[in-house]
Design a protein around this ligand. Structure first.
Ligand code: ZN
Length: 199
């Protein structure tokens, strides 16, 4: 008998680069840089492959959206019932890392929840740009990347996750989350394969 997750109905992914957006999730100092309030060990390894994906999509006329986790300075945010305060609005920790270089054609959005879609302008921006496919990259795989992929899928977007461009809180979480995404929510692919289909 087939296992529940083995009931695939997936065609090989194709995408129209101009109708594609890269969603760069939470590459902010608090999560990425020494001195940050909640650093993901080794997280900077995702940056070089992410820059390749961003560059490729921009060259082909696609959309780039940088998402910044960003919480209220009064620390009333519901997330802080569970997590220590981080990414406080206006602080160094809430800023994008220096390795990124957004230009005037890119979007920068703040979010207050794990999902980049939850009560942000993201869905409206994607629709205004005719986006059909989102490539979700950044940190961390099993929290904000995953929540963003879930909502992206629920909103009708084809979701691609290049595996070297995301990092989880541990190996078990990376494996489990990417398995769930690849079997139910989208496509997990090697970064080189994604670059190939961007063209
Ligand atoms: Zn947060």
């Amino acid at each position: 008998m087939k296992g529940f997750s083995d009931h695939f109905n997936k065609a090989p992914v194709q995408l129209a680069p101009a109708k594609t957006a890269v969603i760069v999730v939470d590459l902010v100092n608090d999560f990425m840089k020494e001195g940050g309030s909640m650093v993901l060990g080794g997280g900077m390894a995702v940056v070089p492959p992410i820059l390749k994906i961003v560059d490729a999509v921009k060259k082909k006329g696609g959309t780039v959206v940088y998402i910044k986790d960003n919480h209220r300075p009064d620390k009333t945010d519901a997330e802080f019932l569970i997590r220590e305060p981080h990414c406080i609005d206006g602080s160094w920790g809430a800023e994008l890392i220096d390795e990124l270089s957004p230009d005037a054609s890119d979007y920068i959005l703040k979010k207050r929840r794990f999902s980049s879609f939850f009560q942000t302008d993201l869905d409206m921006i994607l629709r205004e740009n005719g986006v059909e496919t989102i490539i979700v990259v950044g940190v961390v795989t099993n929290i904000c990347v995953r929540s963003t992929v879930h909502d992206g899928f629920f909103n009708g977007y084809r979701c691609i996750v290049p595996q070297e461009c995301v990092m989880a809180t541990g190996d078990r979480e990376q494996e489990s989350t990417l398995w769930d995404i690849d079997t139910h929510f989208g496509y997990v692919m090697k970064t080189d394969e994604v670059l190939k289909i961007i063209g």
